[in-house]
Design a protein around this ligand. Sequence first.
Ligand code: A3D
Length: 321
Amino acid sequence: MSRKKISIIGGGQIGGVLASLIASRQLGDAVLFDIIDDMPQGKALDIAEASRIDKFDVSLKGANDYKDIAGSDIVIVTAGLPRKPGMSRDDLLTTNAKIMQSVAENVKKHAPNSIAIIISNPLDAMVTLFKKITGFPTNRVLGQAGILDSSRFSTFIAWELGVSVKDVNAMVLGGHGDTMVPIVRYANVNGIPAMELLERKYNDKAKAAEVMKAMVDRTKMAGGEIVKLLKTGSAFYSPASATTSMVESIVYDEKRVLPVCAYLNGEFGVKGYYVGVPAVLGANGVEKIIEFALDKDEKALLDNSVKAVTNLVTDMERLGF
Ligand code: A3D
């Protein structure tokens, strides 16, 4: 199997960590592109010089010219401003839509057969815009958000229950904003419902529900919690890890079921929008959306989140994108 070519557009905080993870896991040859002169070259060289130590053997290249992404199998877009304290993801809309416009035009021109994973915020709108400009089929345009949001939820559950996070499964659906929907009913520890474990821990149903609600709320605001601490930007290690797991599933055709921002064509009652749902990721990108029954409350929360996504997309269209 020849090595895949993976290009990362935006060599900032997330882009740099992503390049390092992709190289150290030998997922493919990586190109790190940025508009800042020399910076991506510097990061690529720095990562390459760790190859003897971490024992990886792939090529790394920094680039300021889109010609260098030609022939990419996978393109990951992290280009765009991150949040500062007090900002919502949606506050980034105008600035990042302009950036996404130029990125999408260039990816369409130089890497027309690639599978594109978008990370830039506001995520759901940026994926929509990228798809609109490139005209790529929907299986080849997706966004990263749900894996990170689900990992945050799982982490809080593991800490609360004092168990290994490796055994916690929890899923977050919907848009990548404050309306996202952590699905409590299916959160579990090796198959055992997390709610049951909480009720046993506190021997009090009301207290268990209160603790779960606090974890759900923390998950929804987890990005902002980090922005507040970092002060100059947003989370970057965990978004890079989340994206790496998507790349891995595509490169190795693993067909993992991962929550991703995918185009819906009637699934979950949504048509024509990008929303976070579980999907099978394989060599062809999004190979299948995994639909399952939501109860009345979950459905109402998802509908509310979808509404936030459709409002955001409408705002973007009003701005002329
Ligand atoms: P940052 O470290 O600022 O990196 C962004 C990079 O994009 C910078 O190096 C810029 O030079 C570069 N850039 C700007 N304009 C262009 C352009 N036209 N073409 C190519 N590159 C350009 O930010 P970051 O890496 O921390 O975050 C990147 C994006 O990801 C932001 O929009 C964040 O809001 C978003 N983000 C998403 C998640 C999700 O889970 C979806 C999580 C965290 C951050």
